[in-house]
Write a protein that binds this ligand. Structure first.
Ligand SMILES: *Cc1c(COP(=O)(O)O)cnc(C)c1O
Length: 341
């Protein structure tokens, strides 16, 4: 039994999801003639109370498309220093859209309305880049799955409206945030100009993300997706997995969160651990004491068929997911209980 806790992207479709994919009615989505993709996009848009949606091969491409739609070359994006769009999209924002960043010093990837307002350049002071877009990440990836309070997101929205900025949400793990905080998709749909959500993480699909926005923006997004090479043909097979996930896998995220909290308490009781960051969703970040090297922790767990990842600066990361079952969880808790250095 191999237990992969490196990421929630390692899940594989179960038999039922594969059956849904197998039986999908498909067409050529480049002509917008794939009925399953059309149904999927409509479903996700309705769920969020937004006008339109577009299916993408990856979350990166959905985010990059949003950036391209909301900015002109030379403009500035305001976001936290740890955001995926800045750190993990291979410089795409500057390469694809010619934009630059004002990186705010948030707390676990979470920024405040006050920080955003302070970070806006005076549009009349033409020496500085024009502030154009605020990007929020919820839950935060590098921030260890931390979630925003809706109240703060509303405050940031008011700053955006006041200063004429666009407001994008990288919601790769928004499903986790909504389950953890008992929020509904509508509460996000009414706030943001655009939202990207992933289906290939906690929801267990093999591929895919969706970008949500108003009709006009999604029509423009179709062209940008084409430019990025993200058009797909019989992608209904993939959209069918998405529809299955919407109906079956959202509620299961609560199990991932419970197991993550149980791992948090177990780790906190280990004598060789310095610190476990507060667990809010499915990501656990922890730091071993200085006499224990993180590489040795990884190696010892690997010998027990448990795989976790290195975050850097002495931090390690565990991510729970749909394919991390109760038997595995019991085993991991036992291994941690017995581990010593
Ligand atoms: C995973 C992730 C993405 C998108 O990743 P893809 O691998 O391109 O689907 C975007 N933002 C965050 C915060 C993520 O964790």
């Amino acid at each position: 039994m191999e237990i992969n806790l490196v990421s929630d992207t390692v899940t594989r479709p179960n038999q039922e999801m594969l059956q849904a994919m197998f039986h999908a009615k498909v067409g050529d989505d480049v002509f917008k003639q794939d009925p399953t993709v059309n149904e999927f996009e409509t479903k996700v848009a309705h769920l969020f109370g937004m006008e339109a949606a577009l299916f993408f091969p990856s979350g990166t491409m959905a985010n990059q498309t949003a950036i391209k739609l909301h900015t002109n070359p030379g403009d500035q994006i305001i976001c936290d220093k740890w955001t995926h769009i800045h750190l993990y999209e291979s410089g795409g924002a500057s390469s694809n859209s010619g934009v630059n960043f004002n990186l705010l010093d948030g707390e676990r990837g979470i920024i405040t309305a006050e920080q955003v307002e302070e970070g806006i350049n005076d549009p009349n002071f033409y020496h500085m880049p024009l502030s154009k877009l605020v990007c929020i990440e919820n839950t935060t990836n590098k921030g260890g799955g931390a979630c925003y309070e809706l109240e703060e997101l509303h405050k940031i929205k008011r700053v955006c409206v006041k200063h004429n900025l666009k407001y994008h949400l990288d919601g790769a793990r928004l499903w986790n945030a909504m389950v953890a905080k008992n929020q509904s998709p509508n509460q996000y749909g009414e706030l943001f100009d655009s939202i990207s959500v992933c289906f290939s993480k906690g929801l267990g699909c093999p591929v895919g993300s969706v970008l949500l926005s108003d009709k006009e923006t999604i029509v423009r997004a179709l062209r940008v997706r084409k430019i990025f090479g993200g058009n797909m043909r019989q992608s209904g097979y993939l959209a069918a997995a998405g529809i299955y996930a919407l109906e079956n896998n959202i509620a299961k995220l609560a199990d991932d969160h419970r197991r993550a909290r149980e791992l948090e308490s177990k780790l906190a009781s280990c004598s060789w651990i310095e610190k476990v960051e507060p667990v809010e969703t499915n990501i656990i970040v922890f730091t071993p004491k200085s006499f224990v090297s993180d590489a040795v922790v990884i190696e010892k767990l690997k010998q027990k068929n448990i795989h976790i990842s290195l975050l850097g600066k002495g931090k390690l990361r565990i991510v729970t997911h749909l394919d991390y079952k109760e038997v595995m969880h019991t085993y991991v808790l036992e291994v941690l209980e017995k581990m010593s250095f």
